[in-house]
Design a protein around this ligand. Sequence first.
Ligand code: PEP
Ligand code: MG
Length: 756
Amino acid sequence: MAYCKWFKSLSKSSIPEAGGKGANLAEMWNSGFPVPPGFVVLADTYRTFLRVRKIDKKIEEKLKDLDVEDNEKLQKVAQEVQDLIMSSSMPVDMQDEIKELYSYIDAAEDLKSVKTAQALLQVTSRDPAFVAVRSSATAEDLPGASFAGQQATFVNTLGKEALVSNVQKCWASLFLSRAIYYRVKNNFPHMKVAIAVVVQKQINSDASGVMFTVNPATNDLNQVVIEAIYGLGEAVVSGEVNPNTYILDKKTGNMISKDIPGQTFLLTRDAYTGQTIKRNVNKDRQEKQVMTEQQIKTLWKLAISVENHYGVPQDMEWAMEKNQIYLVQTRPVTTLKQKIEDKLESKVEPILKGLGASPGHAAGTVKIVSDVNELDKVQKGDILVTAMTNPDYVPAMQRAVAIVTDEGGITAHAAIVSREMGVPCVVGTKSATKILKDGDEITVDGTAGLVYKGKMEMAEVKPSAPAVTEKTAIKVKVIMDLPAFAQRAADTGADGIGLLRLEGIIASGKIHPAKYLRDNRLQDYENLIYEGVKAIATPFKDKPVWVRTSDIRTDEYRELEGGEEEPKEANPMIGWHAIRRSLDQPELLKSEFRALKRLVDEGFNNLGVMLPFVISPDEIVRAKMIAEEVGLKPRTDIKFGVMVETPAAALIIEGLCEVGIDFISIGSNDLTQTILGVDRGNSNIASLYSEFHPAVIKAIEHVIKMCKKFGVESSICGQAGSDPRMAKILARFGIDSISANVDAVQTVREVVAQTE
Ligand code: PEP
Ligand code: MG
């Protein structure tokens, strides 16, 4: 049985198993807020412990007929019960599970079946995390909110044995004298209460503070107030340190006023003892503003999205470690009762929910597009609503201020494209085209995946200004589809392009590749590819640019001229596409190689080419021969690589390396789909689709390790590379480069720098 669950596997309705605190943290985690990772030792685990150790009856016996007004007696019995719990050893399988999850706390995922994840294991066991261990009462069982005395907390817990012992102490804290007293007075049976325990990674704050999405001093709902100090937050509580205060305009994030009283010392956690110690703040920082303008903006955005999520003003605690901001706690601002109630009354419920595929908000007029002929309906400033966004919709997507679809997941090509363009996008709403009508005014929240009726005012979250930070040993590259956005991507300072898809370029030509072939217009096809790749590669002139040969599924490009003749396949995701099709239609592949050869001849010595959806060495050999036929010398003129997108490729990676390749790139979108057998575009099973599944992680680790052995460069170009948690795991596995969406380059770079 499961004794513990990651936040990710719980939700706000998990109070019975995870307690109030656990359920709330899970809700924050699953809403995408930057909560420190953690898991919950479930309430049932406590019950099982009592049962297996046969102490439930004994406890009941001791508490029976206890006169709680007899304080001496109460203290004595309370102590006896606590001793009973502490002296019974926790069953070994229970201990093992807690220890196992603890060792993976950075990954915040169930990786326990990854027996070969040596790298990850080594790092985690060498570098155990400080965690906070907190009781999380299943308080809904009890009338009245206060659950007196049962909120035992152990901060600075380090190491597996200490963790197990502190979990047990939380259980024992159910029998503190005041808790016993409280239950008796409220007529609540002792044995009906259970307790869950939250284990959460502790942030060693370089700075920390609180923030409110309302000015608590004036009740002004149009302001956000942020307080910040260097080091741990306790310093403020003790009253010894006065925080910086920043008051911002809620809508724009503009600074209205700030107060910087100066700070001479800070509290921090000693890395070895875990004790909180005092340190002097460096002289040159004492009078300085604690948070940079950029960090304040980040906090503001976070505050706004938390308030939008909960719908009422929030009072939050935050912490920052190594420039990464975490949300430690959030609760409604209760002193503003009337105002909150007013706001709740006027709070608008979303009319559609889907997956947030590209962040940001926008309001506009709905234009429903049922097929490609209707794309002209979409004018500048409209919202494109369609069953399924296809790459041939790109020109209209470019005019739209937001995009909403019925179907699709966050790795659908068009979702990826909207991120590249910076257009807010919600996919997989199931019914947008039915519920919305042409001409409706709506507001799209691409961050939360929600659509509201009418034009709503929302804090505008503009992508932060491109900033290049530290260079990392692991290269952080970008994914590209559209020539028009190449400069925007280059401005991130990315270390090159890890995946240049040809499909966006092909769709811009409006003709299906098969049609060029049928009509003998291969020169036009070659020119189209040549122009498109050149436009994208030019701003990346001195950095590696890896172009993927075409990967066109039969259902995705039917709207292009000639696309109606495409075969109808039952399973296009695993059908006639990618290298298997290119080898069946070598003239098209030749045209693509010819286009690349022209660029090489023009001096582009930074190009690579990779083959998608490979399942055998034979495919590589044949593709190389075709390249040579058109005069493009693999590995001499151009780096030659393959994508690892199938279990086959992962399992025979040595065989692929032996054929002679320069690099591999993990296409985690397809690899996850093919390993799990979960259609990446099917919103009904979107919750099953996870790149963090142990089987996927295991495959990725194996591939990276084998590539190291063969001296083949390893990389990733699926959506997972944009997830900081995955970037961290990949960095530990020793990957050579990571490709991210343009909006994620900066974050991934920071995570990689930290991990390095
Ligand atoms: C992938 O499968 O991870 C990938 C990058 O290719 P695509 O998303 O184009 O299938
Ligand atoms: Mg793929």
